[in-house]
Write a protein that binds this ligand. Structure first.
Ligand code: PLP
Length: 448
């Protein structure tokens, strides 16, 4: 079982403890925690039980072997924790690769699934259902309210009045099944916008074979997905090489290098695709000034700027039949999406997230001071997408494995980093516990 930090007898209330912890942040402790150096969740061959081995044999016989997975099977979860079929408990700082925003086994989500699942699971996009429009309206109005996509903040709020017309200012949503599929759609729309803009400038038809506004700019360490289009803008030889040739006309730039922007983005560019924080590629945030330079150059050249799946233009010729999906935007998925997004956008939720993220950042920022020969000097990332860079590229995978053998699930990122992407409602106690385990694991590495 996962050892959980318990309050010693006679400790003050949780509130006082929290205040004490916040104070503790400004007075760094003397050294790293070493309470969790012992293995509690062994993974060696001798520790795999017969029933787990049977499950592994079946999986290995029938599933395409494209993933490296540890030798256990997760069976259920609650909040920030998951359990395997052997009853071992893990603290989950991977959250389904930064997906499970509300953690595991959330009662609100389960309720929506039960209610809507019993009503209308799937319609295809041949028919309307009530949830897609509702969720699209919420996405657009929240984006406007928060000042996203260039809107002035606080301009509108979701309308609950079924008779009132939409105030979406032209922003539209296309529901996809995955990040890859969303990027495929974004690239297709950008290609079409490129043709439209080329036609307006040249006075020729948008579908003229002379149109040369089709180039796409992406950046080193980017990850946009693994379909042929999304893979073409994911410039990692390991992912791309076996599947070449990919899309023509893709240019690769360097993140945060403003001097390159002018040359990189030109009249032939139809799209620039960028992650505001690169995740898979190693947790590299884009600098705001560089993003501004990209924005300016895209405006000058008529290129579409795509913030990984979100783009700033809609092609008029994207009409009935030009794009589509069978499963995307199902009633069940949209009802859950509406519920989750409503909760994520509550003020108290966001405030809590900011506090937790500050605590995690503060505690992580101490680690390079304690382990200067192992770690790069600064914490990477923003909010609750955080990472640590390593000086030796073999160590991220080692740390992930050491942490898992002590009941903490984390992920590698890029060539030289580990990342921490817990659910967005992660508790402060869990943050402290996770960093205590990390400190213990880094101490193990340092002692080897
Ligand atoms: C920034 C980014 N875009 C796109 C994708 C692809 O998403 P999916 O795996 O859902 O297709 C990922 C996946 O990690 C991602 O990190």
């Amino acid at each position: 079982m996962l050892p959980i930090r318990r309050l010693p007898r006679g400790t003050p209330s949780r509130r006082i403890l929290q205040i004490a912890r916040v104070r503790h942040l400004s007075t760094p402790s003397k050294g790293p925690c070493t309470r969790y150096t012992a293995v509690t969740h062994p993974e060696d061959v001798a520790s795999v039980t017969a029933s787990v081995q049977t499950l592994l044999n079946r999986a290995n016989s029938y599933i395409l072997p494209v993933y490296a997975r540890p030798p256990f099977f997760l069976s259920h979860g609650k909040g920030a924790y998951v359990w395997d079929t052997e009853g071992r408990k893990y603290l989950d700082f991977s959250a389904g690769i930064a997906v499970n925003a509300l953690g595991h086994g959330d009662e609100g989500v389960a309720q929506v699934l039960a209610t809507e699942g019993g009503k209308l699971l799937h319609t295809s996009n041949a028919f309307h259902h009530q949830w897609a429009g509702k969720l699209a309206e919420l996405l657009v109005t929240l984006t406007q309210k928060e000042g996203g996509l260039g809107w002035a903040p606080g301009t509108t709020s979701p309308s609950n009045d079924a008779t009132s017309p939409s105030s979406s200012s032209g922003a539209k949503v296309f529901f996809s099944n995955s990040g890859t599929e969303a990027n495929e759609g974004a690239l297709k729309v950008a290609r079409m916008v490129g043709k439209e803009r080329w036609a307006a400038k040249s006075g020729k038809a948008w579908d003229s074979p002379e149109c040369d506004k089709y180039e796409i700019v992406c950046f080193e360490h980017a990850f946009h997905g693994r379909s042929m289009g999304a893979l073409s803008v994911t410039p990692n030889p390991k992912y791309q090489k076996p599947f070449a040739p990919l899309l023509p006309g893709v240019k690769i730039g360097q993140l945060n290098v403003t001097e390159d922007v002018h040359k990189l983005v030109g009249e032939q560019t139809c799209a620039v695709i960028v992650e505001p924080v690169q995740g898979e590629g190693g947790i590299h945030p884009a600098e705001v000034d560089w993003l501004r330079a990209l924005r300016k150059r895209c405006d000058e050249t008529g290129a579409v700027l795509i913030f990984d799946e979100i783009l700033d233009a809609i092609a008029k010729p994207m009409t009935v039949g030009t794009h589509g999906t069978t499963f995307g935007g199902s009633p069940l998925a949209c009802a859950v999406g509406y519920h989750v997004l409503s909760r994520l956008s509550e003020e108290s939720f966001v405030e809590n997230l900011k506090e937790t993220s500050a605590i995690l950042q503060e505690r992580l920022s101490q680690l390079p001071e304690w382990f200067p020969s192992i770690l790069e000097p600064s914490v990477r990332g923003k909010g609750l997408i955080l990472g640590l860079g390593f000086k030796d590229a073999t160590l991220p995978a080692k740390l992930v494995s050491l942490a898992r053998e002590r009941g903490l699930l984390i992920l590698t990122a890029g060539k030289d980093a580990v990342r921490f992407v817990p659910s967005l409602n992660i508790g402060k106690d869990e943050v402290h516990y996770a960093v205590d385990v990390l400190e213990s694991c880094l101490s193990v590495i340092a002692s080897q």
